[in-house]
Write a protein that binds this ligand. Structure first.
Ligand code: ARG
Length: 466
């Protein structure tokens, strides 16, 4: 048994926790990462306690000076974290009080329950902004790769079967759109993260006349119009982790998008596709097969989706059926949240770096895109323009494809006589359909992969991301 009591154990206890209890309950081994926000929160709280007369000026100064010094020591790796003090909050407060007796007043009208809610919200607020920066970086990398290869056409796939030709840029911009929705979701989540819970105390606020508005203002809890954001129910405030679930859900969808992009990259670097080549620095080798160059960044991006989904599931399960209000279960939120933020941020960053170091194999793409079967639908459209109902045109072109297969010819090598043997509607101009350049020029609906439309979309994204 540990005789020395941590600060969290009041006079009610006659001894500290057993060693294995301390080890089981501690969280400082991971929540130390909240230190910066814990210190900022304490400084704002102290400032407010001074304003309402709880702290004298010299006490406030001693507290702020002490917290600054502790912050510096943590940043430079000199601070000694003590697991027996449980968490980041107790470690910093205990050390502050050891150095400045006024530290003992800092916890006035504050509980670790509202303190940890505050710290996590502040930490996540910053994380979201950093993640958004990385997502924009990935969007830029996708747009740049598209711009550098603006004339490259590839087969577009459905069911992983060649379907219709698309500009490579169009395929890449599809991911830019997905990532944009991720940004919107993260911003939306940010608005609910950005609400100040401090002043909620352990569960029921405080009898002291706290100035919650001041604390929230000092800590930047304001919406875009400058309106201060305060939680409106102390019981909800200390037990709400919806904002963490929302972030993990938005991150899970981002991870889905990253893994889909990763899968396209993995297919495209295979010898079977051979559409792109990733620079050596962004690939890895095999320990056995000397010829191998593997797309490990993309594979890990795909693989890491598992833990991001798992973290979301853990959080939801953690919260399900919890009685009001704070329960120690909530300590389990941190590792899931930290891991999610770390994982999606690093993955987004590495995918961007990898794409910035990727070259397109233009001759191979051109060869794949020259497959005339990709324009079979255009041939049906040709018949529609001649007045044939689409269902019939679809059937006729199907028969043309079968004839090409039977005669062992590519679709565009059939003679007019052969086409007309299937249906007399085909005219001399029918084979003109297979000119890829004109075919691409015709696809100019909004959102289609036409020459002008893709150039327009590239320009729009370039402008929006600059
Ligand atoms: N380490 C705790 C957590 O992460 C801080 C709050 C502890 N509160 C308490 N009443 N024991 O949730």
């Amino acid at each position: 048994m540990n005789k020395k009591s941590p600060v969290s154990r009041s006079g009610r206890f006659n001894r500290g926790p057993a060693a294995d209890v301390a080890q089981f309950t501690e969280s400082v081994s991971f929540d130390w990462r909240l230190w910066r926000h814990d210190i900022l929160g304490s400084m704002a709280h102290a400032e407010m306690l001074h304003k309402i007369g709880v702290l004298k000026k010299h006490e406030l100064h001693a507290i702020v000076r002490g917290l600054n010094k502790i912050g510096l020591e943590i940043r430079t790796g000199k601070f000694k974290w003590k697991p027996e003090l449980e968490d980041v909050h107790m470690n910093i407060e205990a050390e502050l009080t050891r150095r400045a007796p006024a530290g003992a007043k800092l916890h006035t009208a504050r509980s670790r329950n509202d303190q940890v809610a505050l710290d996590v919200r502040m930490w996540l607020r910053d994380e979201i902004v950093l993640l958004l920066g990385e997502i924009v970086g990935l969007q830029r990398a996708l747009v740049s790769l598209g711009e550098k290869n603006a004339d490259v056409i590839i087969p577009g796939y459905t069911h992983l079967q060649r379907a219709q030709p698309v500009y490579l840029a169009h395929n890449l911009l599809a991911y830019v759109e997905m990532l944009e929705r991720d940004c919107e979701r993260l911003w939306d989540c940010h608005s609910r993260v950005n609400v100040c819970p401090l002043g909620s105390g352990a569960i029921a606020g405080s009898t002291l006349p706290l100035d919650r508005m001041l604390v929230a203002k000092l800590l930047g809890f304001m919406d875009a119009s400058g309106k201060v954001q305060l939680t409106q129910n102390s019981m909800d405030a200390v037990s709400d982790r919806d904002f963490a679930v929302e972030f993990c859900a938005a991150a899970a969808l981002l991870a889905v998008h990253l893994s889909r992009l990763a899968e396209d990259v993995i297919l495209w670097v295979s010898a079977e596709f051979n559409f792109i080549k990733i620079a050596d620095a962004y690939t890895t080798g095999s320990s056995l097969m000397p010829q191998k160059k593997n797309p490990d960044i993309a594979e890990l991006a795909r693989g890491k989706t598992g833990r991001v989904f798992g973290n979301l599931m853990s959080l939801l399960t953690l919260l399900k059926g919890l009685p009001m209000t704070y329960n120690r279960d909530l300590q389990e939120d941190k590792e899931r949240l930290l891991d999610t933020a770390d994982t999606v941020r690093a993955t987004t960053r590495l995918m961007a770096a990898m794409l910035s170091n990727t070259k397109v194999n233009k001759p191979v793409c051109a060869c794949a895109a020259a497959d005339p079967a990709l324009l079979a639908t255009d041939l049906a459209d040709y018949l529609v323009k001649k007045g044939m109902p689409f269902r019939q045109a679809h059937h006729v072109v199907g028969a043309v494809v079968a004839l090409a297969e039977k005669t062992g010819k590519p679709l565009n090598q059939l003679t007019l006589a052969e086409l007309q043997s299937v249906n007399p509607t085909f005219g001399r101009d029918a084979l003109g359909v297979f000119n890829l350049k004109t075919a691409m020029a015709k696809r100019n609906l909004t959102g289609a992969p036409g020459t002008k439309e893709v150039a327009k979309q590239l320009a729009r994204w370039r402008e929006q991301l600059s």
